[in-house]
Write a protein that binds this ligand. Structure first.
Ligand code: PLP
Length: 216
């Protein structure tokens, strides 16, 4: 089942779109079924859960932290995390830089932008984003690479609204891209809205329930 779901989605994705298989709450055996079908990028939203899976599962898996991240948790994953999607403050970015330095590595990050009309979602607005990218302090951080932007649309059946929100993120992305050529990744789209997200310019989709089934 997982294998069929995964391959069906994978085969339908355009070549320039990367699939993050969101495995939060799912047992190791489910991840291994996706792994056996060729999947190597997995997304988790809880640091402890991701650390446990990293310890137990094959070492060629790339682990993406996709959830809201507290600064005091960064140290537990700094050794291995491949991409942090939800960086929503400069303080968090500095903490990731510090922990990466302690581990003699660089950590790739996406800055999370607030596009949803819902207040409950996290993220920077366009001004906050520009303040970070233009600051000297940001350019002095040697152990992080900001490689893109991430956002979540409002949870709604209103396709027009979701499309408008994704388009808003793409517009911000295009506005900063010329001066920040290392910013190449646009992480947007989940099970319910990834097709719209791709039409609006997504290069990375985070899909959980359509691969692994509903979560409890
Ligand atoms: C859970 C989660 C997803 C995946 O959601 P599905 O609807 O199961 O595809 C994607 N992105 C984030 C940030 C998530 O927390």
């Amino acid at each position: 089942m997982i294998k069929d779901n995964l391959l069906e989605i994978k085969n339908a994705l355009p070549e320039h779109v990367t699939l993050v298989a969101v495995s939060k709450t799912k047992p190791d055996k489910d991840l291994m079924e996706a792994y056996a079908a060729g999947q190597r990028i997995f997304g988790e939203n809880k640091v402890q859960e991701m650390v446990g899976k990293w310890e137990r599962l094959p070492k060629d898996i790339k682990w993406h932290m996709i959830g809201h991240l507290q600064r005091n948790k960064v140290k537990y994953m700094a050794e291995f995390v491949d991409l942090v999607h939800g960086v929503d403050s400069f303080r968090l970015l500095k903490e990731i830089n510090k922990r990466a330095e302690q581990n003699n590595r660089s950590i790739n990050c996406l800055l999370q932008i607030h596009i949803a009309e819902e207040d409950t979602k996290f993220g920077l607005d366009k001004e906050e984003l520009n303040l970070i990218l233009k600051s000297d302090e940001y350019h002095q951080l040697k152990n992080i690479n900001v490689v893109g932007l991430m956002a979540m649309a409002t949870f709604t059946d209103n396709e027009t609204q979701v499309r408008r929100e994704f388009n808003q993120l793409k517009t911000i992305f295009d506005s900063i891209q010329p001066e920040n050529p290392q910013i190449k990744t646009l992480s947007m789209g989940m099970s319910g809205d990834y097709q719209i997200a791709i039409e609006e310019g997504s290069t990375m989709v985070r899909i959980g329930s359509s691969i692994f089934g509903k979560r409890n």
